[in-house]
Design a protein around this ligand. Structure first.
Ligand code: BV8
Length: 245
């Protein structure tokens, strides 16, 4: 374990102030739908028109929203942190990507979209992933395989999250685990704090309200991400009091 290695987990709460609705705020309804009706493989098989329209709406809204001070603070940390910094996001929006494009990260940084990315599509036959900023038909032919069709490159409920090996390796080696803007309702992300504690890491939660796993954190900072995350990053990057300049 190196205290220089940090793992940060973000959830919908970090994008809330950018105008991206969270999963929980609407009482667990997304654009008026239960997740079982729009974010499972069964839903896609049952009603591909509904599912594709659900993603088309969210994809079309993304260019109208922008990274907020919390995304930008994490980008600044990624650019200046001397150790390894692994940013695992549950979010399928591209706000972290855009913030880091504005502030090129250091060599020890990696961004992992464990639930996929809404601006990308995947061929169901070949698994090829490609950028897909526009709408997608219910039965969108795949340019990569005659028997394939395109689906949103997101991880639905009941599907295995992406890059779990890399995430588990980072958690096992980190000295600091910080969870930002997540309710702790969705697994396996909700269990990452336990893995970090088992590795001996210090654990910090930054959220508007205590999450479902708040008792598992050494420290809890409650407030909006756009205020609390820049404050936390400033503290982390400032030399300890009394340190030589
Ligand atoms: C899996 C992509 C096996 C799609 C998403 C019973 C018990 C335990 C687990 C399960 C169970 N039944 C089923 C499961 C498994 C299931 C699950 O967890 N279900 C839940 C509903 C109980 N999980 C799965 O199916 C996962 N796969 O388990 O496979 C496996 C596991 C490991 C290894 C091998 C095999 C797959 C889950 C992925 C689902 N896909 N997204 C899409 O987006 O369309 S998840 C989706 O919901 C989002 O991506 C997001 O991750 C999640 C919502 O969670 P949050 O991000 O936390 O958002 P939420 O709204 O809940 O909370 C927001 C928080 O922010 C709040 O706390 C709020 O207070 C705070 N906040 C608000 N504003 C602010 C703020 N904080 C700071 N500042 C603010 N301004």
């Amino acid at each position: 374990m190196s205290t220089d290695d940090i793992v940060i987990l973000t959830g919908a709460g970090i994008s809330a102030e950018s105008g991206v609705p969270t999963f929980r705020d609407a009482g667990g309804l997304w654009e008026g739908h239960r997740f079982e009706d729009v974010a499972t493989p069964e839903a896609f098989a049952r009603d591909p028109v509904l599912v594709q329209r659900f993603y088309d709406l969210r994809r079309a809204a993304l260019p109208t929203v922008h990274p907020n001070a919390a995304h930008r603070a994490l980008a600044e940390l990624a650019a200046r942190w001397p150790g390894r910094l692994t940013l695992v996001t549950q979010n399928v929006d591209d706000l972290h990507d855009r913030a880091h494009a504005e502030a090129p990260p250091g060599a020890g940084f990696e961004l992992i979209h464990m639930h996929g990315e809404i601006m990308k599509a995947r061929c169901t036959a070949s698994g090829v992933v490609m950028d897909w900023p526009g709408p997608m038909a219910a039965h969108e032919p795949s340019p990569h395989h005659p028997a394939g069709r395109m689906r949103p490159h997101v991880v639905w409920f009941g599907e295995i999250p992406l890059e779990m090996d890399r995430i588990e390796a980072a958690l096992a080696a980190c000295g600091l685990f910080v969870s930002i803007g997540t309710s702790g309702a969705v697994w396996p992300a909700a269990g990452f704090v336990r893995a970090a504690r088992a590795a001996g890491a210090r654990t910090v939660e930054i959220n508007l309200e205590p999450s479902m796993g708040t008792h598992l954190f050494d420290e809890s900072r409650l407030g909006p991400a756009s205020v609390e995350v820049p404050r936390w990053v400033d503290e982390l990057l400032s030399p300890p009091q009394g340190a030589r300049a």
